[in-house]
Design a binder for this molecule. Structure first.
Ligand code: NAD
Length: 364
């Protein structure tokens, strides 16, 4: 097994360091190599995704990614901005299926913006198509309008499109994921208004014929946004396109209280994947040693489960995270009265200790 480690910028380096320590505590045999990505790579090589980093990512069996970005790069030409590195990796590696679990730990229900009874036991999986839709559809651009409400005015336009194979493969991913969970898929669309999403709905329905053991429900995106805050536990697996998934996965993330707890995986057709926390590089707290490393540690667990076929090791990490939460340890983003505030490294220490069977020490 070879893992490419791409810490990136801001808190990326701090949180990935802890995830690597946790992986090291598992007594697994794997090779790893670290490379620059994002703003750090731009500073050193003049590009956020240098050829050497892309080559390493292609060779590896899985990629553990921190986060990229800093406000100081906002004025750079788009192609040199740190965030382009993620888009480049998704494109070059064919990472079309994004998995974002939203799991509410019972120890953290108070951190949710919803009432505890709505989120206690919440465990949903949002599967977002990642390489198509209006984000990539051509043509796009700016021009002078020849028709519409204001002919002759300057306008901008994008193209929403999905091909049959793109919808089929993400639908298969969703039904197969549901088989390992509670066997229910909600396909989110806007078929009442958009041709693209009527097609999406038709193709998902066809693919469903191969999964009679899985329940399929269709839901319009506006209703899905509402149901996610009204009765989120009614969902199991949610599958949707790139743009709707972008928005709904952040909404689902907030149900769990802190973005610092949420892992993610982006997979190709062979289950090779890029694993990263759902949050960004948090420049506001970078270098302070207070970032929550648990989303990255849980991303490493997803990597073991989905790409490296080590489900028992993934279970050990997830159990260790629950143990440190039960022991009352909290980074500032999830801290509440009566719990013990710890920094990034101490949180990493505690997860390592839980994995190796040592006593979890509380620091005050
Ligand atoms: P962000 O997710 O970095 O931060 C949002 C807020 O959440 C901040 O207050 C931050 O301190 C907090 N936060 C985030 N992660 C945390 C953690 N692990 N522990 C504790 N608190 C945490 O989003 P932003 O501020 O909008 O963006 C900052 C930079 O990150 C931008 O340059 C943006 O483009 C980039 N970004 C990168 C990715 C990625 O690498 N995949 C994703 C989103 C944003």
């Amino acid at each position: 097994m070879k893992i490419a480690i791409l810490p990136g910028d801001g808190i990326g380096t701090e949180i990935v360091e802890q995830a690597v320590r946790v992986l090291g505590a598992l007594d697994l045999r794997f090779e790893s190599e670290t490379a620059l990505v994002g703003g750090a790579a731009y500073e050193a090589h003049g590009h956020p995704l240098p050829d050497s980093t892309l080559k390493l990512a292609k060779e590896a069996d899985a990629i553990l990614f921190g986060a990229v970005g800093d406000w100081k790069y906002d004025k750079l030409e788009r192609q040199y901005r740190p965030e382009q590195a993620i888009l480049g990796l998704r494109k070059h590696l064919g990472l079309f299926a994004n998995f974002r679990p939203a799991l509410c730990y019972e120890q953290l229900t108070h951190a949710s913006s919803l009432k505890p009874e709505l989120v206690t036991g919440l465990d949903i999986l949002i599967i977002r198509e990642l390489t198509g839709d209006i984000y990539f559809g051509q043509p796009r651009g700016r021009r002078t309008a020849v028709d519409g409400h204001f002919p002759g005015a300057e306008e901008a336009f994008d193209t929403m499109r999905y091909s049959r194979p793109e919808i089929e493969r993400i639908a298969h991913v969703a039904f197969q994921a549901a088989r390992k969970r509670n066997k229910k898929v909600t396909s989110v669309d806007k078929a009442n208004v958009l041709e693209t999403f009527q097609f999406w709905k038709d193709v998902v329905t066809e693919v469903h014929a191969q999964y009679p053991d899985v329940e399929l429900q269709h839901m319009y995106v506006d209703n899905a946004a509402m149901q996610l805050v009204k009765a989120p536990k009614a969902f199991d697996v949610v599958v949707t396109g790139n743009m709707f998934g972008d928005i709904l996965s952040d909404e689902a993330a907030m149900l769990t209280g802190s973005i610092g707890m949420l892992p993610s995986a982006s997979l190709d057709k062979n289950n090779k994947g890029l694993y990263e926390p759902s949050h960004g590089s948090a420049p506001d707290i970078a270098g302070k040693g207070v970032a929550n490393p648990l989303a990255t540690i849980l991303s490493a667990a997803m990597m073991l489960r989905y790409s490296l076929q080590q489900p028992a090791a993934a279970d050990r990490i997830e159990a260790a995270v629950k143990a440190v939460l039960s022991a009352g340890l909290r980074t500032p983003d999830i801290w509440s009265e009566g719990t013990t505030k710890v920094g990034t490294r101490e949180m990493g220490d505690a997860v390592v200790a839980a994995i190796t069977g040592k006593t979890i020490t509380k620091t005050t």
